[in-house]
Design a protein around this ligand. Structure first.
Ligand SMILES: Cc1cc2nc3c(=O)[nH]c(=O)nc-3n(C[C@H](O)[C@H](O)[C@H](O)COP(=O)(O)OP(=O)(O)OC[C@H]3O[C@@H](n4cnc5c(N)ncnc54)[C@H](O)[C@@H]3O)c2cc1C
Length: 340
C-alpha cells in the first residue's frame, strides 16, 4: 500500500448525505473518496427523479433529476475520487491509523476515517414474483415510470399500494385510455387525499394480485389477477403494466462490522460518531434522537460527520469549516463562476 492510497476520508454511499459530505470535507482540506455501489451518484433520488422537489432550503421547486445534477456538481468542487459500481461489503481497522474497506468486487480501499452514508443500503427494485420467468421488462413491463407520455392513450395496469403506485395511477389516468390499479390489500399506504383521487379516476381492484401474464409475441397483452381470499380470477386486457412494489435493501452487513445498530439503523451520537473509532454516519442510514429523514437532514448529518472526522484526524482543528462566504478556499473558484 502506497501513502497516496490512503485517503483522509472515505464515504460509503453517493446519495445526498455522501455527496454533501464530499463537498464539505473538501472545504476542510481533506482528501476524499466516495465509494458508490451503483453506476451513478445520486442515491435514492433516482427512484423518484421525475418528481418535483419543493423542500430543499433555498432552492426553487425543481425536478429531482436536476437536484441530483446540482448535488453531483457540488460534490465534485474539490475533485474527490469517485468509485462507482463498488459495493462495500465490510470494513476493518488495520492499525491505529488505517481502516480498510473491502468491496464485493474484491478491491480494498484504505482510509483514515469513514463516513457511512448508505441510506437504506443498495436499494433493489422489488420485482414481480411469478412462477413463470418474466421476460417483458424491456417491452411493456415497467418498474418505474420514466416518460409518462409513453402511456398516452393506452390501457395501463398498475400493481402496488404505496405512494408511488398511487401517484402514478393519478398521473397516468390523465393521459391513458384507462388505468386499473391492483393491490393485494384493501388499504393503500399512501396519502388519504391521493387515494380518494385515485378511486375517482381509476378502476381500483382490491384485494387482488397479479398471478399470470399472457403474451402476444414479445408483449404482455393480458393479465390474470386473482382475488386474495376467494381465489377468483379476472382477465384484463392491457397495453402496459407498471409494477410499483417498492424496494428491498438492508444494512445487516454493516452491523456485522461491529457498528451498533438501533432498529436496523446505525446509531450515531449528536456529533455523528458511531461506536467505532474513526467511523461516522450520516443520512438515512443513521439514527439519533432528533433525526430528520429528509435531504436537508442528510446535509446536516454530513456536516456533523465531516467535522467529527476532521477533529479525529487533527484534534486541534477548528470545530467547523470557515463559512463559505469568507473562506479563502473559494477565492480562485469565485473568479471562475459566472457573475450573477
Ligand atoms: C418516495 C420518496 C420520496 C422522497 N421525497 C423527498 C422529498 O421530497 N424531499 C426530501 O427532502 N426528502 C425526500 N425523501 C427522502 C430522501 O430521499 C432521503 O432522505 C435521502 O435520499 C437520504 O439520502 P442518503 O444519502 O442518506 O441515502 P440514499 O439517497 O439512499 O443514498 C445512499 C447511497 O448509498 C449507496 N450504497 C448503499 N450501500 C452501499 C454499499 N454497501 N457500498 C456502496 N454504496 C452503497 C446506495 O446505492 C445509494 O446511492 C423521499 C424518500 C422517498 C422514499
Amino acid at each position: 500500500m502506497n501513502k497516496e492510497d490512503i485517503y483522509d476520508l472515505t464515504i460509503i454511499g453517493g446519495g445526498p448525505a455522501g455527496l454533501y459530505a464530499a463537498f464539505y470535507a473538501g472545504m476542510r482540506d481533506m482528501r476524499v473518496k466516495i465509494i458508490e455501489g451503483k453506476d451513478q451518484l445520486g442515491g435514492f433520488l433516482h427512484t423518484y427523479s421525475e418528481k418535483t422537489i419543493w423542500d430543499v432550503g433555498g432552492l426553487p421547486p425543481m425536478k429531482c433529476s436536476k437536484l441530483i445534477e446540482y448535488l453531483v456538481q457540488q460534490a465534485n468542487t474539490f475533485n474527490p475520487t469517485v468509485e462507482l459500481n463498488c459495493k462495500v461489503d465490510r470494513f476493518a481497522r488495520l492499525d491505529n491509523e488505517i481502516l480498510a474497506l473491502y468491496t464485493a468486487e474484491g478491491d480494498i480501499h484504505y482510509t483514515r476515517t469513514i463516513i457511512v452514508a448508505v441510506g437504506r443500503g443498495i436499494a433493489e427494485i422489488q420485482k414481480l414474483e411469478l412462477q413463470e420467468p418474466i421476460q417483458y421488462e424491456h417491452v411493456n413491463l415497467h418498474y418505474t415510470v420514466q416518460n409518462p407520455e409513453h402511456f398516452s392513450g393506452k390501457r395501463v395496469l398498475i400493481s402496488g399500494g404505496g405512494n408511488s403506485a398511487v401517484d402514478w395511477a393519478i398521473e397516468l389516468a390523465k393521459l391513458a385510455r384507462s388505468v386499473v390499479v391492483v393491490h393485494r390489500k384493501n388499504e393503500f399506504r399512501a396519502m388519504e387525499r391521493n387515494v380518494s383521487e385515485m378511486n375517482n379516476v381509476t378502476d381500483v381492484r382490491t384485494p387482488y394480485s397479479i398471478t399470470r401474464l399472457h403474451n402476444h409475441g414479445e408483449r404482455i397483452h393480458q393479465v390474470v389477477i386473482t382475488h386474495m381470499e376467494s381465489q377468483d380470477n379476472v382477465l384484463l386486457d392491457v397495453d402496459e403494466v407498471v409494477v410499483s412494489h417498492g424496494y428491498k435493501s438492508n444494512l445487516s452487513n454493516l452491523a456485522s462490522c461491529g457498528l451498533t445498530m438501533d432498529d436496523g439503523m446505525v446509531l450515531m451520537s449528536q456529533h455523528a460518531q458511531t461506536n467505532l473509532q474513526g467511523i461516522f454516519a450520516a443520512g438515512d442510514c443513521a439514527t439519533h434522537d432528533s433525526k430528520v429523514r429528509l435531504i436537508a437532514g442528510a446535509f446536516n448529518d454530513a456536516i456533523l460527520a465531516v467535522n467529527s472526522a476532521k477533529k479525529y484526524l487533527t484534534p486541534n482543528a477548528p470545530m467547523m469549516a470557515y463559512v463559505s462566504s469568507h473562506n479563502e478556499i473559494f477565492r480562485e473558484k469565485n473568479k471562475q463562476i459566472p457573475r450573477f
